[in-house]
Design a binder for this molecule. Structure first.
Ligand code: MG
Length: 245
């Protein structure tokens, strides 16, 4: 009897010691007082802390890339449409690392258009690093130049492009490159990209400016505008928003 009571007491003591140990470990790794900012979301609108760059009603946040003049791209039915030949456009504001949401639509009429000639545009982070926009729906081209490629650097993991005439969306997480005092590269840029909700670029490292020919290179820079490409096709855009990271 005495032995049994002693066993129960010893067992209880051991349990209590384990509980105390667990609790103290838990206390050590809990973090209090660093409350993340509250952001509200809904399916049909950007997160509450997003900066709206284009809502389809005006180009107020944008300018022509070449000369800083007002954008000439058209506003049609709540979207912005490339005016072929009028040139690239860019944001008036500069950005570093960010989360970017952008929706685009390639023209329905694809007659006679193939490869890079069909539904081509591009979104350039910091005016330098292009996530390719292309009508890659049953449209063969070089794979590191199809929709959602990091142009001529990284092939997308899959082709999630829907048919021309339908809205597509990119959700892009961009880590800006950093540079040393002597202007050499410290850390490359990185992209993670979702195309229509599908992961297509998984934290890939950027080799430098996404040039059309020659070798990518880095040249020291700070925050820079976001730009959109006029590649001669009447591409439409809507719902462009950004969250700086
Ligand atoms: Mg392009």
């Amino acid at each position: 009897m005495i032995r049994r009571i002693a066993g129960v007491i010893i067992g209880s003591c051991l349990m209590f010691m384990l509980y105390c140990q667990d609790k103290s470990i838990g206390d050590v790794i809990e973090v209090w007082g660093q409350e993340p900012k509250v952001v509200s979301t809904s399916e049909d609108s950007p997160p509450s802390d997003a900066l709206i760059l284009f809502d389809g009603s005006n180009w107020d946040a944008w300018e022509q890339k070449e000369n800083g003049k007002p954008v000439e791209w058209n506003l049609i039915d709540g979207s912005g449409v490339v005016l072929p030949g009028s040139g690239y456009i860019q944001t008036k504001q500069s950005f570093g690392s960010c989360q970017l949401h952008i929706e685009w639509r390639a023209p329905l009429d694809t007659a006679g258009l193939t490869s890079q000639g069909r539904g081509n545009s591009g979104v350039f982070l910091q005016s330098n690093y292009e996530v390719q926009i292309l009508d890659s729906y049953r449209n063969k081209t070089y794979n590191n130049g199809q929709a959602a490629s990091i142009y001529k650097q990284h092939i997308p993991l899959v082709n999630a492009t829907g048919p021309p005439g339908e809205w597509q969306k990119y959700d892009i997480i961009f880590t800006a490159p950093t540079f040393n005092d002597d202007e050499t590269l410290k850390n490359p840029a990185y992209f993670t990209v979702f195309h229509n909700g599908v992961l297509v670029q998984n934290h890939v490292d950027v080799k430098g400016v996404t040039v059309n020919s020659g070798k990518p290179y880095y040249k020291k820079h700070g925050p820079r505008p976001l730009s959109l490409q006029d590649h001669g096709n009447k591409m439409a855009f809507k719902n462009i928003w950004i969250r700086e990271l």
